[in-house]
Design a protein around this ligand. Sequence first.
Ligand code: TXA
Ligand code: MG
Length: 343
Amino acid sequence: METKLLKINTTDNETKYNEAACLLRDGQVVGMPTETVYGLAGNAYSEIAVKRIFEAKGRPQDNPLIVHISQFDEIYDLVREVPENAKKLAEKFWPGPLTIILPKSDKVPLCVTGGLDTVAVRCPAHPIANMLIKVTGLPLAAPSANLSGKPSPTKAEHVFKDMNGRIPLVIDGGACQEGVESTVITLATPVPKLLRPGNITLKQLKSVLGEVQVDDAVLNPLKDGERVSSPGMKYKHYSPDAQITVVRGEYKDFCRFVNEKKNENTYAMVFNGEGDGLNVPVIHYGISGNYKELSHDLFDSLRYLDEIGAKECFVRCPDETNDDNLAVLNRLLRAAAFKVIEV
Ligand code: TXA
Ligand code: MG
């Protein structure tokens, strides 16, 4: 299959979306930009489309997909009922990088939810994603558009690299604004629970919901045989080919440690302004106190390591006492398969 790249600008009118919308209505899969990361979109009501998404991504069938809608009231087709908390969250954060999990309606096929009785719903803020859903006239199931296990794509060229030959079309809408996937919260538990941190922070969720629990899997590896709330947490994730190690400690100790450890093709990922005193090439991934900045380039930096053929990379650990850094920490820990060193 040949994969076409189609540039769409936010100022383009509906006709520009016709080709993608036709493919989607026909059960095909299309790469779509969102404000978080690129998604692999397909008709959420079509078992064939959903099967194609799993195949293109090489994703385990028990890992459920997020269903994307273009405006709040479309949620009523997807879930059994809309509790007050869901309305409050949507009012505050939709459209935007927040995914809400609720008991699913009968219309949502079990293949979308990995056999679960709940469905994840998100209303993306990206004008191109939003327009694509509107023009297609269907809710779109979409996981991140990377090959399973690889860092999520934040640019159309990342999607093209992973999906070339696997899907018919990738919409190029430029670089994603957020850089990490949406915050995932379940309202299907007695107390709302954060399953995946993102740039809608824990603080922001608490400001609307009061009590919010944080799932153990957010910052910890699964124990053998442990049941997961979010199947996506089970798998090694976001990993470039290079071995990533997260390094806790002061910068001067980081430098000493990395310089001693240095092998061929060792890299260091450090905060902006750092680099002096290191004998290895460095990649900067943002300002240390700014979680939005850190998340924006995180996946891009991880993918860059593959491009340059890095074998190992030591990464400065963001401030773990600040909950705003949860999203970056969660992705880094998974990219490192929880390899963390204290210096
Ligand atoms: O920002 C995003 O959320 C992006 C863009 C494309 O919207 N999508 C995305 O999808 O990150 P994906 O499939 O890569 O991640 C979805 C996560 C997985 O960890 C999955 O296990 C979890 O959400 N999830 C989906 N449905 C669930 C459910 N019913 N119960 C628990 N976890 C669920
Ligand atoms: Mg993903």
